[in-house]
Design a protein around this ligand. Structure first.
Ligand SMILES: NC(=O)C1=CN([C@@H]2O[C@H](COP(=O)(O)OP(=O)(O)OC[C@H]3O[C@@H](n4cnc5c(N)ncnc54)[C@H](O)[C@@H]3O)[C@@H](O)[C@H]2O)C=CC1
Ligand SMILES: O=CC(=O)O
Length: 318
């Protein structure tokens, strides 16, 4: 029987496909196994299931002398040293299907929330001094008719574009490769250079993966190119943005607002960010609904069964 080590407490409803045929170990009384616990346990296991924030590096793989498969509980796989896994003959899989719509939904919710200042109003209305009910004070920004620039027009980027078009937005995008014409037509999307996107979009959403190439791809220079009324949304990965430069741009009102689900050093958030009214913050919650997290577990578990039994198609990263 193959032994599976899951670093994160997943609900049994999402793991039924593994029942009886695989031996599962997962934390029962808390959310995560610590790195030290995983290092201690790993030599006995054939499969490791890290969640998207568990750093699966050389040390983990070298200790995992029986490791055949890393079945990532996430679509982004920057938490795994994939090159090293490949050299060791360890297969890595991810979950692109079930992460797509919830993340796009959340990115659009952040966009609306930041533009219409929902988090700010909610915070203010609860305080003793209350919120201003004046005609113009603390006004938000309209979304209808505005331009959304998407950097990384893959699965999530395209699903975000679909929502934005339905809400009356125009789409421009930058991607590693230009999309096929029929896909561009589907979203009425126009391919532009990254610089043009940064200069002309009213809303800018980051939806590319974290790679060495995309590290700090949005920094001081990029924030300086944006409109002063721009809203920046990041549901991709924190390390793709120079957080100090972003903080400066927000403090100096170089841009209008940011809506952030991801951070450079999660779960640590720059304390100064917490003090700004033009920032909407979330705890890496792009896929965080019970229904979606269970669907993600099913996709992850099917990758394991597919790998060993060939009964499901698997999403291989290497
Ligand atoms: N906040 C959250 O909870 C979640 C975050 N994510 C993040 O979203 C990312 C995107 O996911 P998917 O859309 O499924 O991936 P995807 O692979 O379908 O799309 C990414 C797109 O970015 C493009 N790209 C790569 N490098 C680029 C660059 N330098 N400039 C412009 N475009 C570039 C690729 O060509 C691709 O079209 C994941 O890698 C993950 O980090 C994913 C799920 C949940
Ligand atoms: O951040 C989440 C993921 O699925 O990647």
């Amino acid at each position: 029987m193959k032994r599976v080590l899951i670093t994160y407490r997943l609900k049994p409803e999402g793991l039924t496909v593994l029942n009886d045929k695989y031996e599962l170990t997962l934390p029962k009384d808390r959310s995560f196994f610590s790195r030290e616990e995983v290092l201690e346990l790993i030599p006995e296991y054939d499969v490791l299931v890290p969640n998207f924030s568990f750093f699966t590096d050389k040390e983990i793989m070298d200790r995992g002398v029986n490791l055949e498969l890393i079945s990532n509980f996430g679509v982004g796989f920057n938490n795994i040293d994939v090159d090293y896994a490949t050299r060791k003959g360890i297969v890595v899989t991810n979950i692109p299907k079930t992460t797509r719509e919830p993340t796009a939904e959340f990115a659009f919710a952040l966009l609306l929330g930041a533009a219409r200042r929902i988090g700010y109003y909610d915070r203010k209305i609860r305080t003793p001094q209350g919120v201003s009910w004046g005609t113009y004070t603390d006004a938000g920004l309209p979304v209808f008719g505005k331009t959304l620039g998407i950097i990384g027009m893959g699965r999530i980027g395209q699903s975000l574009a679909r929502r934005a078009v339905a809400s009356g937005m125009n789409i421009i995008y930058n991607n590693r490769n230009r999309l096929a014409e029929d896909i561009e037509k589907q979203y009425s999307a126009r391919f532009v250079s990254k610089d043009e996107l940064l200069k002309t979009a009213d809303f800018i959403s980051l939806n590319a993966p974290s790679t060495p190439e995309t590290y700090h791809m949005i920094g001081e220079k990029e924030f300086n190119m944006m409109k002063q009324t721009a809203v920046f949304i990041n549901t991709a990965r924190g390390d793709m943005v120079d957080e100090k430069a972003m903080l400066k741009a927000l403090k100096e009102n170089r841009i209008w607002a940011a809506a952030l689900d991801v951070f450079e050093n999660e779960p640590h958030i720059l304390p100064e960010l917490l003090e700004l009214d033009n920032v909407l913050l979330a705890p890496h919650a792009g896929t965080k609904t019970l229904e979606d997290r269970i669907a993600m577990s099913v996709e992850m578990a099917q990758n394991i069964v597919g790998f060993y039994e060939g009964t499901y198609p698997i999403s291989r990263v290497n």
